[in-house]
Design a binder for this molecule. Structure first.
Ligand SMILES: [Zn+2]
Length: 338
């Protein structure tokens, strides 16, 4: 489960400055929201740094991640005024709190679909794992729990979303499970591929393997020639991390790019085209090849970090801040230290 935790931590770091709106202090700025048409009846909706997509049919709406309750309430009201049909399907990209929370808002009309590993991730906290490092630091009374008064950082921002049994203390097991208590569990799960049909439209979910999280799906809208994937698919932006292995990331992008599509719709930042997604796939191959060549030539990690500059991706967001960490992660995999 180590990689899952680090993926969640990365996800959280990215979002540290945009805590979910339902937890936002009243003094905080109003969230940036909007809806943009992609093609036909397919739309992309924004909540600050997060995006979801939805497809309107005469019989109802098929949407992806609900993001959080406050955003979902806003979106539901937009649907009512603009389209006058209910949400029939919520199709999850993966279980991370910052994408998957708030679905309960649509539970009166929708079926929820996710990869079957989502249910494992959302299962009640189990066992008695020790507190992770960042929680140990704030456990002032050293009782192995984080009380509400001790909570800081992500634990104070999302205390209720961690506190599964609502006893006002966070155990190691609750922290290991993550702040997923507001994720409405999928009512339908699948293993490899799943298609929903509604109002003459189709959306297919395909499992992406273990990159980023072990329950990721790519959504394919064949008539609209579009795909949607949060956190794995990025446009002109390097991934937040390459856990658990660069190979799993190459596999996931290969699965996405085997689909027939034009519109590459992402959960963060820019959207683009299949050409962009192919570039992201090429970055993963290039870093993999570059590190392998360095290891074969007996170079140290520091030497590889200095020489493998991957200049073709210089214009990508995070090229300057995360490239060396990516090289270190690939190096660790190849050197067998991870
Ligand atoms: Zn995520």
């Amino acid at each position: 489960m180590r990689f899952v935790t680090s993926a969640l931590v990365l996800c959280s770091l990215v979002l540290a400055s945009s805590a979910s709106a339902q937890q936002a202090a009243p003094t905080q700025q109003a969230p940036q929201r909007g809806i943009v048409n992609i093609t036909g009846q397919l739309y992309r909706a924004q909540n600050n740094n997060h995006y979801t997509v939805f497809l309107v049919t005469p019989e109802g709406i098929i949407m992806s991640d609900p993001i959080n309750r406050d955003f979902s309430r806003w979106l539901k009201a937009e649907f009512a005024t603009r389209f006058k049909v209910p949400v029939r399907y919520v199709l999850y990209t993966h279980r991370d709190w910052d994408h998957a929370s708030g679905g309960v808002v649509f539970a009166d009309t929708a079926e929820f679909v996710g990869h079957r590993n989502m249910l494992v991730a959302l299962a009640p906290p189990a066992g008695n794992p020790p507190l992770p490092g960042d929680a140990l630091k704030i456990d002032a009374n050293k009782n192995g729990l984080v009380e509400r008064g001790e909570a800081a950082g992500q634990y104070s921002e999302r205390f209720a979303m961690f506190d599964y049994n609502r006893d006002d203390v966070l155990s190691g097991a609750e922290i290991a499970r993550g702040s997923v208590s507001d994720v409405y569990a999928p009512t339908t799960t699948y293993a490899d591929r799943h298609t929903v049909t509604l109002g003459g439209k189709r959306v297919t979910m395909t499992y992406l393997g273990v990159a980023h999280a072990d329950d990721s799906s790519v959504l394919h809208f064949p008539d609209e020639r579009a795909v949607f994937s949060a956190d794995i698919l990025q446009v002109k932006r390097l991934p937040g991390g390459l856990a658990p292995t660069v190979g799993s990331w190459i596999d996931a992008l290969t699965t996405i790019n085997a689909l027939d599509y034009e519109h590459a719709l992402t959960g963060h930042a820019l959207s683009g085209t299949k050409k962009d997604a192919m570039q992201s796939q090429q970055y993963l191959k290039d870093i993999s090849k570059g590190v392998a060549a360095g290891v074969a030539a007996g170079r140290s990690l520091a030497e590889i970090q200095k020489t493998l500059t991957l200049d073709a991706y210089k214009g990508f967001e995070r090229w300057d801040t995360i490239r060396e960490a990516h090289i270190a992660a690939v190096y660790a995999t190849m050197a067998g230290t991870r």
